[in-house]
Design a protein around this ligand. Sequence first.
Ligand SMILES: C[S@@+](CC[C@H](N)C(=O)[O-])C[C@H]1O[C@@H](n2cnc3c(N)ncnc32)[C@H](O)[C@@H]1O
Length: 175
Amino acid sequence: MARTLDVGCGINKYPGSIGIDVNPRTKADVVCNLDHFPYPFRDGTFSEIRAIHVIEHVGDVIRMLEEFYRLLEPGGKVIIATPHYTDFSSFCDPTHRWHLNSYSLRYFGERNAGYGYYSGARFNEQRVYVKLLALWRYLGFEFLVNHFERFRRFWEYYLCYVIRGKVIEWELRRV
Ligand SMILES: C[S@@+](CC[C@H](N)C(=O)[O-])C[C@H]1O[C@@H](n2cnc3c(N)ncnc32)[C@H](O)[C@@H]1O
């Protein structure tokens, strides 16, 4: 049976999960600050960790992922969603500290562009999905971005300020 941790669960805690959040007015089972380490669970406690629209709020993304690595069993799953930096919401919310693109978590994997030394924690990217604004989705750009990695790179480099992103979703596996 999945043991799931929903970090920064807010009021939409994932069904069946343990929720943690800094705000006691949420559905959190444990009130704690994701910027204070370690989180109050033993190594390898969880088979899945979900962070939905949370990493843009925390003080140290690398350290948080390292904590996920500690809390997950080997092969455990991480689901992360965050605004693409070209979305309206990314810069609109003054509590957002980070503005990310679809390559921002590559530093934990093999294709880290030589920056694997950022962290010893290792995750494989099982899936990266970029949602685009509705107009671009209807015109087929979301399909191209998500089915052809080279096109996604081209889009990030050249097109995304016009064909704007909305949300990035990652599924990672702890190595
Ligand atoms: C945009 S809400 C997302 C809530 C929920 N995951 C969802 O998808 O509806 C961000 C949540 O992260 C929590 N949060 C932000 N910074 C935090 C921190 N340092 N420690 C714990 N929770 C934090 C907020 O209290 C809030 O509930």
